[in-house]
Design a protein around this ligand. Structure first.
Ligand code: GLN
Length: 480
């Protein structure tokens, strides 16, 4: 088998189809790199070697019988907040320790129907609240490329698994940047689809008006392969869109290879290039813009006038929704129970013991902004500002096809730094929360590295359901 750590999903599928190797061999090779990496990288909270090998053998039998399917025999890693029947699903929280998924999430069911097999569950910030994977109840993940640094988060385990060559591809969730930011820090591709394009049924809810599931892969081609399987209407998710979807895999075919971006206008939002942007991140983003121009794109400066309100708006809306969504973890139905005679004492002690500090902080903030007397001043006002932010994007997209911007203001920082500084962490989401507040689609692709070798991503943002254009440009601009 070729170098397993560098193999893409597309290469693995080609190898399986050509019978160069079996799914069992592929799975064994991946398990062989995953298991030893656990003591330093710690990308996984659960590795299901037995289940994966059994499913791989079954995939090999189906292939030997002449069957094929888009992902037949391909192992995929799943973030620990989506149900995979029979595997633990804890959202990296102690409160859900021991909880085993009783059914497949829709994304899991779709992957399974396409023939994928499930290797294990990737580490994450507890309940997806964070941007470093250090709030995990089961210990942090280390960046496999920028060693000693955070992998980003909250989908940091998925990013580290793919960036470190421990998984061919993974799924993550993005509420305010949790796919794009870790993808950027680990040198991989991460997609935040248009809100409603991918079902959230069976995914542990974080902030429901913002959450989307998406692929995290080594290449744009691999992300397109997965999106074609994941996207689509699901009657089990009330926010799921029922719209015709263009096929994304190969949607770049037929473009002039010398000038694939001819006719495309890319907007550079000036507020995303302001003070506080690391000089190396700025330089790499500007280089990417120049490459886009050389590939035929027209560049234009655009404005998102309310971008400065993104962080306060996001942290009001998201904490409000988190406080409501996490109310279900009270020791009655799921996971940990601290038994007490009196029911309120049982809720209190279960939540006090089961939740980590960041989860408690968000629940307290969210409860505050929703409380009577403050509801209008915070929650209602944030909803109004959210509308203004969405209109900013609509207006920007009236004059250009996509936006081009950095993903994060700075490269990955060392593990342990800023850990006790929540505001510092929150501010690092300034360039990613806009897409979630507006609902539009966005992708992070590798754009190079700093002098110290830390990966830096480039962000492209597209209008609602603009995935085909987004993927065409991303395919032309990704650096491998
Ligand atoms: N870093 C952001 C936060 O802490 C985003 C999290 C996410 O997208 N799940 O809320």
């Amino acid at each position: 088998m070729d170098d397993i750590k560098r193999m893409t999903l597309a290469e693995a599928l080609a190898g399986l189809r050509a019978k160069r190797f079996s799914s069992v061999e592929l799975t064994q090779a991946l398990l062989g790199v995953m298991e030893p990496s656990q003591k330093n990288i710690h990308a996984f909270v659960t590795i299901d070697a037995e289940g994966a090998l059994k499913a791989a053998a079954e995939a090999d039998r189906r292939r030997a019988a002449g069957e094929d399917a888009p992902l037949l025999g391909a192992p995929i890693a799943m973030k620990d907040n989506m149900n995979v029947l029979g595997q633990p699903c804890t959202a990296s929280s102690r409160i859900l320790e021991g909880y085993v998924a009783p059914y497949d999430a829709t994304v899991t069911a779709r992957l399974r129907a396409a023939g994928a097999i499930f290797l294990g569950r990737t580490n994450m910030d507890e309940f997806a609240l964070g941007s470093t994977t250090q709030t995990s109840g089961f210990g942090p993940t280390e960046n496999p490329v920028a060693r000693g640094c955070i992998p980003g988060g909250s989908s940091g385990g998925s990013a580290a698994a793919v960036g470190g060559g421990l998984a061919l591809a993974a799924l993550g969730t993005d509420t305010g940047g949790s796919i794009r930011q870790p993808a950027s820090h680990c040198g991989i591709v991460g997609v935040k689809p248009t809100y409603g394009l991918v079902s959230r049924y069976g995914v542990v809810a974080c902030a429901s008006s913002l959450d989307q599931v998406g692929p995290m892969t080594k290449t744009v081609e691999d992300a397109a392969l997965l999106m074609d399987v994941l996207a689509g209407h699901d009657p089990l998710d009330a926010t799921s869109l029922d719209v015709p979807l263009p096929r994304l895999a190969g949607c770049w075919a037929g473009m002039d290879p010398a000038r694939p971006l001819a006719g495309m206008t890319l907007g550079l939002p000036k507020e995303y290039f302001g003070d506080g942007l690391d000089p190396e991140v700025r330089a790499l983003t500007e280089q990417a813009a120049k490459r886009a121009e050389a590939l035929g794109a027209t560049l234009r400066e655009v404005s998102l006038p309310h971008a400065g309100y993104g962080i306060p708006t996001y942290y009001i809306c998201m904490t409000a929704e988190v406080s409501a969504n996490l109310a279900r973890f009270d020791g009655v139905r799921y996971g940990l129970r601290v038994p007490r005679e009196e029911v309120l004492a049982q809720y209190r002690d279960t939540r006090a013991q089961g939740f980590g500090a960041e989860v408690k902080r968000r629940v307290l903030l969210g409860t505050f902004v929703l409380s009577s007397g403050y509801y209008d001043a915070y929650y209602n006002r944030a909803q109004k500002v959210r509308t203004l932010i969405r209109r900013d994007f609509e207006q920007a997209f009236a004059g250009c096809d996509l936006l081009l911007a950095p993903v994060t203001p700075e490269p990955a920082w060392p593990l342990g730094v800023y850990q006790d500084d929540p505001i510092r962490n929150y501010l690092s989401d300034v360039l990613t929360v806009g897409a979630n507040l507006a609902g539009c689609c966005a992708i992070a692709i590798p754009a190079g590295a700093t002098a110290a070798g830390k990966p830096v991503g480039l962000q492209l943002l597209g209008p609602n359901l603009g995935e085909a254009t987004l993927f065409r440009a991303a395919h032309a601009l990704e650096l491998r």
